[in-house]
Write a protein that binds this ligand. Structure first.
Ligand SMILES: [Zn+2]
Length: 499
């Protein structure tokens, strides 16, 4: 039997504390492709769409791909953007509804739009209004999703990433598509159950390389081998969203003995709760990090310092200056720093000659309270470029991405990459493409929480993380939550979960 499946991808991780709202242009600028154009750009890469296509080809589906849209993590998605993006998907479904056997969506799961705190739930509810219960819907999620009960009620199948750094997009796309296929055939009739925890995030934001999640993910994978269990997803939650349904969840897409599957999900949730203070990272203050950097000997590779709190991948502005300022103050040499997001400075440098000496007021412009104000710096302009790079690391291998116009400035002993568009550093090509060889440096400072580890840990002699005081601080007590349900840990220290 030849099935017709409609697919789409829509990703946004919304940091509701950010001052930078997210208009449609933010999606258009970053990554918005339609139909065959999306397949050409993303089908061969490590993406959910790639996984959908693998199964479509294997099972002989007719796959109609509507859209792949993504904006960088940032503030509230504006209503016009949300309406336009969801309409693209809903109109495509409406047009093909008479012949659709299934719907496959690659979603983030932590999108918050104006008027829709549960943006993915709202999208699913609009799709159900078109196709009713007749057509099964499978969705994939980032493991930083804040998953609502409504999403679980509206989607038949949910599969989240099992890795952080996220390296299994294509795998989970395949897993979700394979479950959808069995559903369309009539072999199974899955449902997704959900157990939520009263905490803003898993202790280590869902790290799966070290810490308590390693064993929990292994248990989840083993339980997926149980008859009538199709997927187990552990979502760490995305803590930078001030919404009611914030926090970690355990999902089981299954059928049969629902009580037994719920008991298993509860067992995993209880472990997450018990491990809530088991924080693996030690967070360095910028001064401490700089002190270590100034005396570091790169015998087995460079020292990598990650500015956790200013991670553009979590909605950080990417212009926090506290770490760069501390490194310069400490006289650190033989170092690179990437990327400082400052389109104003790039514009100024764009008119200068390569090799000239320039003075700029760098970074700290969007909200100087979050990680430091502008730095007055003089340096030598080394390079200008359109900012494009082709990733070759485990997270984004094969994808062409861009920093927008970029400049490379040598300031004392530090080579600073300055970019126009926000992007976290998670791939060596984000330095190499701009003439900076990270392997030849003694110290590499970058803006990322965790994804950088996939590409940078193998070349590092030592890795440390720094809390520069920027928007994505690891300490939830620093964030002005107003809407989140209470009580919730750690905002309320004495929460007692009810399982
Ligand atoms: Zn994530």
């Amino acid at each position: 039997m030849c099935f017709t499946v409609l697919s789409a991808e829509l990703y946004h991780e919304t940091n509701t504390f950010s001052r930078q709202a997210t208009p449609y242009e933010a999606f258009a600028k970053r990554l918005t492709f339609f139909g065959k154009q999306a397949i050409a750009a993303r089908g061969g890469a490590n993406t959910e769409l790639g996984g959908f296509l693998d199964v479509a080809q294997d099972k002989g589906w007719t796959l109609i791909h509507a859209m792949s849209a993504e904006a960088k993590p940032s503030g509230l998605v504006l209503q016009e953007a949300f309406e336009r993006l969801t309409s693209t998907i809903c109109d495509a479904v409406q047009g093909e509804a008479h012949r659709l056997d299934g719907i496959m969506l690659g979603l983030h799961g932590a999108m918050v739009a104006e008027g829709a705190d549960d943006a993915e739930g709202e999208l699913l509810s609009r799709l159900r209004a078109i196709v009713g219960d007749r057509v099964p819907i499978a969705i994939t999620l980032d493991s930083h999703a804040n998953v609502t009960e409504r999403m679980c009620a509206l989607a038949d199948i949910i599969v989240s990433y099992k890795t952080y750094p996220h390296v299994d997009m294509r795998d989970i796309g395949r897993q979700a598509a394979a479950i959808l296929h069995r559903t369309m055939v009539g072999e199974i009739k899955p449902t997704t159950i959900r157990v939520a925890l009263p905490m803003v995030s898993e202790a280590n934001w869902g790290r799966t390389d070290v810490g308590p999640m390693v064993e929990l993910v292994a248990q989840a994978r083993r339980y997926e081998q149980t008859p009538e269990v199709f997927a187990v997803s552990i979502n760490a939650g995305f803590p930078s969203a001030d919404i009611v349904d914030l926090g970690p969840t355990v999902l089981v897409t299954c059928q049969g003995d629902i009580d037994a599957h719920r008991n298993f999900a509860t067992h995993l949730a209880q472990r997450i709760w018990e491990n809530r203070t088991d924080i693996v990272n030690r967070f360095y203050e910028p001064d401490e990090a700089a002190k270590l950097a100034s005396r570091y000997e790169a015998l087995t590779g460079p020292l990598v310092i990650a500015d956790f709190a200013d991670n553009p991948g979590g909605g950080g502005y990417g212009d926090s200056t506290a770490l760069l300022g501390a490194l310069l103050q400490a006289g650190v040499t033989d170092a690179c720093f990437g990327a400082m997001i400052d389109p104003e400075v790039v514009k100024v440098l764009d008119n200068k000659l390569i090799g000239s000496s320039v003075t700029v007021s760098l970074g700290g412009k969007i909200d100087p309270r979050m990680g430091g104000g502008p730095l007055e710096l003089t340096g030598t302009l080394l390079r200008l470029s359109d900012g494009e790079y082709v990733c070759d690391g485990p997270v984004c291998r094969g994808l062409t991405l861009s920093f927008g116009r970029t400049a490379v400035l040598q300031v004392e002993g530090i080579t600073v990459l300055i970019a126009s568009e926000r992007a976290q550093v998670l791939d060596l090509q984000q330095f190499i493409s701009f003439g900076i060889d990270p392997l030849s440096k003694r110290v590499i400072a970058l803006k990322s929480m965790q994804h950088f580890r996939a590409a940078f840990e193998p070349i590092a002699g030592q890795v440390i993380v720094c809390d520069s005081g920027a928007l994505c601080s690891p300490d939830p007590l620093k964030l002005p939550y107003q809407n989140v349900r209470r009580p919730i840990y750690p905002l309320d220290a004495d929460v007692v979960p009810v399982w």
